[in-house]
Design a binder for this molecule. Structure first.
Ligand code: PHB
Length: 391
């Protein structure tokens, strides 16, 4: 119904251009949000946390974002890039969403971004780190409230150099998130004199780690750096400990290794140091309120994915509030989103010119169920956004 009204409004706007009626961007009845996230597979828990975070903000604001009532259309993307274009098109063309929110997996998000660019649909990425989304594929209508794959890993290079680590073996899934995370680490680690002894990869989402652990044991590097997340991260940490490597060759990673996964690791994550744009026990009022609200609503502690979902809603609110809820005032919304200072549970962040958060990266250490802060590994770190030409 609302869409029919929107179409009529479009006709009226056309008539206005012809001088037939006075143009006026109107406040929409609803904001239709297309949530394209994984509900199944190794990243299912991550998708659920993003949904919870997004809905927490909406529920805290009486079911509204920027004063506009929210309606949802939902798709399980299964973290499957082969189904991504069709899934994104379903939301844009069948459900006629005003904004696409998704997703977790970099490859799926890349396909979504192509649909968003082609149809000029507003898109907010609440996780996927694909460097291209705010690099060569950057666009006025694409924003991210999470990170680039480069960001958290780049911050780990100097941390390991400071510890005297010289030779590192890397291990990850062979798809863009893993490969770009390793590249980010490698860039800062080798620039400071570190050496990557070997780069090991396995296909996503395989978790048969044994042959790689055997190779690591024989290579005897000073440390291992990995990118894994979700169910795969749990299995890796457990297998690493069971292989007897945890005490002899320290394991490091971007913080996805231990965020939302420590309980399932059953002790294998204890003491693991990681770098990420969120941590437990941050000393800011927003985080305290967010954590209390999340615990109350869902009966569990939030993680970085929940924060990114919450902030996707906050970013939309910044855009919509600035245009008094006029969903059709795209230019005004985008300008306000670009200028927004997001009061995030991670600490306040701003948007880079490429529409990616400029944010602090924390060094954290696994303790029980939490990842408390050890130090700030990189202050206000901006992705280099190589190849972004914002049109
Ligand atoms: C990604 O595919 O970009 C990705 C997935 C899971 C994470 C982080 C990045 O935790």
């Amino acid at each position: 119904m609302e869409k029919t009204i929107n179409r009529l409004t479009g006709l009226l706007a056309g008539a206005a251009l012809l001088g037939l009626v006075t143009p006026a961007a109107h406040a929409a009845d609803t904001l239709k949000v297309g949530l394209m996230l994984p509900a199944t597979g190794t990243y299912a828990k991550l998708g659920n946390a993003i949904t919870n975070g997004f809905k927490l903000y909406v529920d805290e604001n009486g079911g509204k974002i920027g004063g506009v009532a929210v309606e949802y259309a939902v798709v399980d993307d299964e973290s499957d890039p082969a189904k991504a274009t069709e899934n994104a098109n379903k939301l844009v063309k069948r459900d006629e969403v005003d904004v696409l929110v998704g997703t977790v997996h970099s490859g799926v998000a890349m396909a979504m971004a192509k649909v968003a660019r082609g149809t000029k649909t507003l898109m907010i990425v609440p996780n996927a780190g694909a460097d291209e989304l705010t690099g060569p594929l950057c666009a006025p209508n694409i924003f991210r409230t999470s990170f680039t794959n480069w960001q958290p890993s780049y911050a780990m290079g100097p941390v390991l150099l400071d510890k005297g680590v010289k030779k590192v073996v890397t291990l990850t899934w062979k798809y863009s998130a893993g490969l770009q995370a390793i590249e980010g680490f490698k860039e800062s680690f080798t620039a400071g004199g570190g050496e990557i002894v070997k780069e090991l990869t396995l296909p996503f989402p395989n978790t048969e780690f044994q042959p790689y652990l055997t190779e690591i044991a024989s290579l005897k590097p000073d440390a291992v750096f990995v990118f894994f997340a979700g169910g795969g991260a749990v299995k890796l940490a457990k297998d690493y400990a069971a292989a007897g490597l945890k005490d002899s060759i320290p394991l490091y990673g971007s913080g996805f290794l231990t965020d939302g996964t420590l309980d399932a690791m059953g002790g294998a994550g204890e003491g693991l140091q990681t770098t990420l744009h969120y941590a437990d026990g941050l000393d800011n009022a927003k985080d305290k309120a967010f954590r209390a609200g999340y615990q109350k609503a869902y009966g569990m502690a939030p993680d970085v994915y929940a924060v990114q979902g919450y902030d996707a809603a906050q970013l939309l609110a910044a855009g919509l509030s600035a245009v008094s809820g006029k969903v059709d005032d795209r230019k005004g919304m985008i300008a306000a989103m670009e200028a927004a200072q997001i009061d995030s549970p991670r600490g306040t962040f701003s948007m880079s010119a490429a529409h990616n958060p400029v944010q602090d990266i924390y060094l954290r250490e696994g303790k029980g169920s939490a990842n408390p802060v050890v130090s700030v590994a990189a202050k206000a770190l901006a992705d280099p956004a190589r190849g972004c030409r914002m049109k």
